[in-house]
Design a protein around this ligand. Structure first.
Ligand code: AMP
Ligand code: GLY
Length: 421
């Protein structure tokens, strides 16, 4: 089979890497991919907003299946477009992708089906939102409705902060805003729960906890994710059953009621308060770097799982996992998440000798004349599997020392909550 992966990050490299193990694959393509994917797939540079061009290339190359990594093409309706053109594609359609594309869509679904989530209000103008903030309890969470690359969420400690946040949203910093979401602040511990579904059968795709802040001790600016570990320390059978029953099943049911079938990965972002799950957000894709953290544990052929989702036969596919801990550290370019330099040589990458439990996934990299350069903020993802989180992290730190990339930095404390030193 010929399979194409859409995206260019560490998530997509890890998906490519897992698919490459499948004996059924004859050729992988990546749109546009990175230096890492170029070793196992054919990278094709393309404007991902140009669905017609993509369709042309898929047909020219006889690609049998498309796997969509990031949220934007999903929210833009790439799945509907490809399916209308009889191209097999793994990922949710445009309406189902509203679970990530519109926080207000999700909140309204929660309200209708009694799904546990933070109490909220939706405000259609600056004036009403501001009046509300005058008498609200703090902290208060203010959110832009649409996709904002993780930036449209403000945790406000007082009225002033809340008013500034509301103004930024209505001023259009995250795209034209018709309304704004204001939420109660939930105090607990966050956990990410992943499932994969064909719309009928829902299968567990492991848990993880990530570190979104740039500095050690979970301080500083928000990023796409500086590292993650799997499984989450919070998961237990009782909690898992509650997440399925109270959150995921009513969501899939709610989508069915509007004639939508959810097919793909579903990333359930939760706040756990006293072993009770509250939905914070849905993402309609795998997490990055959670995907890189989780996929190395997968024993089942990933292609079989994707095909089962597309064909509606997930009930017949058993998903097997290695019983190991996994930890991922993201190597970033200095300055990330603000200004960072690009096109910096990473010269000692081929010095690294990875054993079978170690992985180095590329994110913001390019290859030029056989040399690897950084082109993004998050550059490389190092993953290690072991029976012990501390050992995972030590193994990764050894690799990072060997690489000794002077223009990069990483958080040394990834997984501190599960590592007792
Ligand atoms: P979101 O993009 O909705 O996941 O929000 C980004 C981050 O803001 C989450 O990962 C949480 O750390 C935090 N957050 C969002 N909503 C809430 C809430 N209601 N209570 C507490 N923290 C929240
Ligand atoms: N690591 C967070 C995300 O993928 O949204």
């Amino acid at each position: 089979m010929r399979v194409g992966i859409i995206g260019s990050g560490g998530r997509e490299h890890s998906i490519c890497h897992a698919l490459n193990k499948s004996k059924k694959i004859t050729q992988l393509y990546c749109f546009p991919g990175n230096a890492g994917t170029s070793k196992i797939a054919k990278n094709i540079i393309i404007n991902l907003d140009d669905f017609d061009e993509l369709k042309k290339i898929i047909i020219q190359n006889n690609i049998d299946l498309i796997v969509v990594g990031p949220e934007k093409p999903l929210v833009d309706g790439i799945v509907d477009f490809l399916e209308e053109n009889n191209i097999k594609v793994f990922g949710p359609n445009k309406i189902a992708s509203q679970l990530e594309g519109s926080k207000i869509f999700t909140k309204n679904l929660c309200k209708k089906y009694n799904i546990p989530t933070a109490k909220f209000g939706i405000f259609e103008n600056l004036h009403d939102a501001e009046i509300f903030t005058n008498k609200a309890k703090y902290p208060l969470v203010i959110k832009a409705d649409g996709l904002a690359s993780g930036k449209g969420v403000f945790i406000c400690d007082n009225t002033n902060e809340a008013k500034n946040a509301i103004k930024e949203v209505f001023d259009g910093k995250f795209g034209k805003a018709k309304n704004i979401l204001i939420e109660e602040f939930l105090k607990g511990e966050e956990m990410s729960f992943f499932v994969i579904t064909d719309g009928k059968t829902i299968k567990n795709f492991e848990t993880a906890q990530d570190h979104k802040r740039v500095s050690e001790g979970d301080k500083g600016k928000n990023t796409g994710g500086m590292g993650a570990y799997s499984p989450s320390r919070l998961i237990n059978k009782d909690l898992e059953a509650k997440i399925l029953k109270k959150i995921i099943l009513p969501t899939i049911h709610g989508l069915n009621e509007i004639n939508t079938v959810y097919k793909g990965f579903l990333y359930v972002g939760l706040m756990i308060v006293n072993n009770e799950p509250y939905l914070i957000e849905y993402n309609v894709r795998m997490g990055d770097p959670e995907c890189q953290t989780i996929l190395p544990k997968l024993e089942t052929d990933l292609l079989d799982i994707f095909l089962a989702c597309c064909n509606g036969t997930l009930d017949k596919t058993e998903i097997k996992w290695q019983d190991k801990k996994s930890l991922c550290v993201v190597l970033c370019s200095k300055g990330y998440p603000e200004n960072f330099q690009k096109n910096i040589l990473i010269k000692d990458l081929n010095k690294l000798k990875l054993n079978k439990n170690e992985y180095c996934y590329h994110a913001g990299t390019k290859i030029d004349d056989n040399k690897i350069y950084s082109i993004g903020g998050r550059v490389l993802n190092f993953v290690s599997l072991s029976s012990d989180f501390n050992e995972c992290r030590n193994n990764i730190h050894k690799l990072l020392e060997l690489l000794n990339w002077k223009d990069g930095f990483f958080r040394k404390d990834i997984g501190y909550k599960v590592i007792n030193k």
